[in-house]
Structure formats: structure tokens, C-alpha cells
Design a protein around this ligand. Structure first.
Ligand SMILES: Cc1cc2nc3c(=O)[nH]c(=O)nc-3n(C[C@H](O)[C@H](O)[C@H](O)COP(=O)(O)OP(=O)(O)OC[C@H]3O[C@@H](n4cnc5c(N)ncnc54)[C@H](O)[C@@H]3O)c2cc1C
Length: 259
């Protein structure tokens, strides 16, 4: 069964403890003029930046939160952006995609569906857009992934009695599924929870968002940008979603001054 399009859910986001911040400001005898409408993610970044320069009270410039963040980015003071982070649930993507995705190490954490603990007999598959557009290619592809799934189920059945007994049933299943999954296609659908901070997400979008030949990566990048521009527009104001010649999205990092 072909999986539905990738789905991205924001499952956790920053929350400011306004009372704690007020206690700090009172202790220091300063005030912080906050921008109306800024989200917690945007405000925690501004707060962290202001602590660096202690630009509270009389030392606070008239800049809004969005202008303040734009200036941090312009100056390359991006470590401050690491204080805003989110957790996402991503489903409907291929194992081929996640193999590339999890290469992003700095500021990312992952928890992915295991093919050792989960029986993949009913796994869905993600058809690449390039194949979806070509009926002949789609037939070749469907036959190949169908054969791979049949082989997977047959291997589970054949190996079930042949494998050595292990003290724990859980380890016997791991052995069985690990052997059988070796024939599963890279198109097999997977799901993962990942957490990442704004700096890491910006790096990911800049590196991966507009690679013409990587359609699944572009689609996920666009989902991510859509979510982040709701969560913290000021932190992602210099990225824009466009549509590529293939009708799929492209995420572009705007040049300085285009915010
Ligand atoms: C077009 C393209 C083609 C690619 N082709 C291949 C390929 O053929 N084979 C392949 O294996 N991978 C390939 N990759 C993956 C690529 O090499 C990276 O592993 C992946 O893009 C993650 O990028 P990153 O290391 O910048 O990200 P992160 O791991 O998130 O790191 C972010 C940044 O932190 C710094 N950093 C992180 N770790 C270290 C470290 N150990 N030492 C010093 N600085 C560090 C770097 O500045 C890095 O850019 C490709 C990526 C792209 C975009």
C-alpha cells in the first residue's frame, strides 16, 4: 500500500515562565519592554540575547523582537537561536529519506520506528514523485516493492522455526525481523519523533531545502518551514517557500536584506 503524503506534527514547543523572568528582572532592578505578539520561542531567543548584552531598561533599543532577531542573524550571533527548540512527529516518509535526515547531528535528536521491534508485514511504501509521474515506472516500482514485501513475509514464516532458540522471546523476534528486513525496500514508510533547535533547523533548511533532485527532502523541508513560520516567524523570516518547475515545493534562504 502506498503511504499518504508526509505528515508533520509539532508535538512540543517552548513555554516562557513569565513569573521567573519577572523575578529575575526585579532582582536586577531592570525592565524588559516585550514585543506584543512575539511567540515564546521568539521571546526566549530575545531574552538570551539581551542577557548577553544586558540590554534591559535604559539599554534596550526601540527594536521589536523580529528586528532584534534579524540583527542577531545578520551578525552571525546564532548560538542564541539554540534556546528555541521543538519536538516534531514526522510520518509518511521513506527510510531512504530518514537515512539522510538523521545525518544532521548538531542540535537534532531522533527516536524512530524500529524494524527490529515492529513487524513490517503491513508496512506502507512511499512512491517517489518522479515515479508517480510515470505510469510505466510506477508499474515496475510497484511490482518490485510488492515482491520485496512478499519475500519479507515468506522469510518471517520460513525462518520462524529454523532460527536457534534464544533465552528471550524478544531476542528471537529481533533476530527474525532483522534477518527478514534486509529485503525491505528503502521506500518503506517510517515515522520518527525528532527534536531540534532553531539554529539547527535553519542550517537544515539552508542545506537541504532547495536541492532540485531531492524531491522528498524538499517536501519535508517545506512542511517544516510552514510549521516554523507559524511557531516563530521571526526566526525563519529569511526563508521562503516557492514552487519548483516540477510543481513540488522549494525552500529558499533569502539573501541578506530580503527579510
Ligand atoms: C547535496 C548533498 C550531498 C550529500 N552527499 C553525501 C554523500 O554522498 N555521502 C554522505 O555520507 N553524506 C552526504 N551528504 C550528507 C552530508 O555530508 C552531511 O552529513 C549532512 O548534510 C549533515 O550536514 P551537517 O554535517 O552540516 O549537519 P550537522 O551534523 O547538523 O552539523 C551542523 C554543523 O555543525 C558542525 N559540525 C557538526 N559535527 C561536526 C564535527 N564532527 N566536526 C566539525 N564540525 C562539525 C558543522 O559546521 C556542520 O555543518 C550530502 C549532503 C548534501 C546536502
Amino acid at each position: 500500500v502506498t503511504a499518504p503524503a508526509p505528515r508533520l506534527f509539532v508535538v512540543a514547543r517552548p513555554v516562557l515562565d513569565a513569573a521567573a523572568i519577572e523575578r529575575f528582572l526585579a532582582d536586577e532592578g531592570v525592565a524588559w519592554r516585550r514585543s506584543a505578539g512575539a511567540t515564546a520561542a521568539e521571546e526566549v531567543v530575545e531574552l538570551a540575547g539581551r542577557v548577553c548584552y544586558f540590554s534591559f531598561g535604559e539599554r534596550q533599543s526601540p527594536r521589536t523582537n523580529a528586528e532584534y532577531i534579524a540583527n542577531l542573524v545578520r551578525q552571525g550571533h546564532e548560538s542564541v537561536l539554540e534556546h528555541a527548540s521543538w519536538s516534531f512527529l514526522l510520518a509518511g516518509v521513506s527510510r531512504a529519506f530518514t537515512h539522510q535526515f538523521v545525518r544532521h547531528r548538531a542540535g537534532f535528536s531522533y527516536s524512530q520506528l524500529s524494524q527490529q521491534y515492529h513487524d513490517e508485514s503491513a508496512a506502507e511504501v512511499v512512491m517517489p514523485a518522479a515515479i508517480r509521474r510515470d505510469a510505466a515506472a510506477a508499474t515496475i516500482w510497484s511490482e518490485a516493492v510488492g515482491a520485496a514485501h512478499t519475500a519479507y513475509r515468506e522469510l518471517l514464516a520460513t525462518l520462524a522455526d529454523a532460527l536457534p532458540q534464544l533465552p528471550e522471546e524478544r531476542e528471537r523476534l529481533r533476530l527474525l525481523r532483522t534477518a527478514a528486513r534486509s529485503v525491505l525496500p528503502a521506500a518503506t514508510e517510517t515515522k520518527l519523533v525528532f527534536s531540534a533547535n532553531a539554529r539547527a533547523l535553519r542550517h537544515f533548511l539552508a542545506l537541504r531545502g532547495d536541492i532540485p533532485g531531492d524531491e522528498e527532502m524538499r517536501v519535508v523541508s517545506a512542511l517544516l518551514l510552514d510549521a516554523l513560520q507559524i511557531e516563530a516567524p521571526a526566526l525563519f523570516a529569511d526563508f521562503a517557500r516557492e514552487t519548483g518547475p516540477d510543481g513540488l515545493p522549494v525552500v529558499r534562504a533569502r539573501q541578506d536584506g530580503e527579510r
